[in-house]
Design a protein around this ligand. Structure first.
Ligand code: IPM
Ligand code: MN
Length: 354
């Protein structure tokens, strides 16, 4: 049985999960081994409803769940940034509490092949919030980046596994070795992993990588890099894909110790889009890709083969010219999110599991 905690979060986070949650409910009704918990309060809306961006009730649910499916964390209509200044800390805290130390995101680039960005979280620019030195505006502020060889090795080895699934493409390891000691370590380990796995990572400086991702006709299959570089470059790949909504994101604990709290968190990579909240126009592709990654990750669910059905359904809907507003052109008028989900769900057949 896989326990999934639902943390819709802020802005469009709730509506964006409607389609994926509907599929999960259909699967549960058909006897699939899924137990849903939530929706649980989280982020700015969690603060508004219960006084905390990561309330105890939500934490408790995460301690007993296997994975989280989240919508978005950020700004929420009706709550000012002054009232709730840093809601993203809820996501960062969850990552650190459950040691979700590697981020894997897949950008679906219609008409091209996917791009997978594997980046480290632990010790890097996103490290433990407790290690930051804040400034009152007069004294210094300090953010430490401290990379351990074994952690860098783990990220690159995982990136190599993804590369093996995409033969004959390009794989890049991104750093800024001309400046940072952490990047020089990164590059040393990348070269070792290239030899050990026979996956040839090309070492590319982060500024050059940004240029190439925007300019080169072909995109690399895999980008392995430090947390902050990967955050920025994944948005650049989304720009190539056509919309920030085309990216499914996972933060995982590669130990995969099921039964001891959440092992991974899945979400679309886009933000909470407060101005679009309630419009039901947003593109739910990232949430669907997040769900597909979740279904692949969980040992009880992977054998059901549903992730491929979701991806195939996205292709079919796209090939049929169905577009949400962000991707619509003169040839394809925009459909709303509910219509998009209806067409997509019609393509994902749900078998009976009992
Ligand atoms: C993202 C976001 C997060 C990240 C923030 C909110 C911590 O920018 O999912 O891309 O950088 O991981
Ligand atoms: Mn980001």
């Amino acid at each position: 049985m896989t326990k999934i905690a639902l943390l819709p979060g802020d802005g469009i986070g709730s509506e964006i999960l409607d389609g994926p949650v509907e599929l999960l409910r259909r699967l549960t009704a058909a006897g699939a081994p899924i137990e849903l918990t939530g929706p649980l309060p989280y982020g700015t809306s969690g603060w508004r409803d219960s006084g905390s961006i990561l309330p105890e009730q939500t934490l408790q649910a995460c301690r007993t769940a296997d994975v989280v499916l989240s919508g978005a964390v950020g700004t929420h209509p009706g709550v000012s940034a002054a009232e709730c200044p840093n809601p993203e800390m809820a996501l960062i805290k969850l990552r650190s509490l459950f040691d979700l130390r590697i981020s894997v995101r897949t950008v679906w680039v219609p008409g091209f092949e996917d791009v997978t960005i594997v980046r480290n979280i632990t010790g890097g620019a996103y490290a433990d919030p407790g290690q930051r030195q804040e400034s009152d505006g007069t004294g210094p502020a300090v953010d430490e980046v401290r990379l351990l060889p074994e952690r860098v090795h783990e990220v690159l080895t995982m990136a190599a596994d993804y590369a093996k699934q995409a033969p004959h493409r390009r794989y890049i390891s991104v750093d800024k070795a001309s400046v940072f000691a952490t990047s020089r370590l990164w590059r040393t380990i990348a070269n070792q992993v290239s030899v050990a796995t026979e996956v040839q990572f090309e070492n590319v400086n982060v500024d050059r990588a940004a240029y190439e991702l925007i300019r080169y006709p072909d995109l690399p299959a895999v980008i392995a890099t430090e947390g902050i570089f990967g955050d920025i470059l994944s948005d650049a790949v989304c720009a190539r894909a056509g919309s920030p909504a085309l990216c499914g994101s996972a933060t995982i604990n590669p130990d995969r110790s099921f039964g001891a709290g959440i092992t991974a968190l899945f979400e679309p990579a886009h933000g909470s889009s407060p101005h679009r909240t309630g419009s039901r126009r947003s593109n739910p592709t990232g949430a669907w890709l997040g769900l597909a990654a979740l279904l692949d990750w969980c040992p009880d669910l992977a054998p059901l083969g549903l992730s491929n059905r979701i991806r195939a359904a996205l292709e079919i809907v796209y090939t049929n010219g169905i577009r949400t507003y962000d991707l619509a052109t003169e040839q394809s008028s925009a459909v709303g999110m509910d219509e998009f989900n209806r067409l997509l769900l019609a393509e994902v057949e749900v078998p009976q599991y009992v």
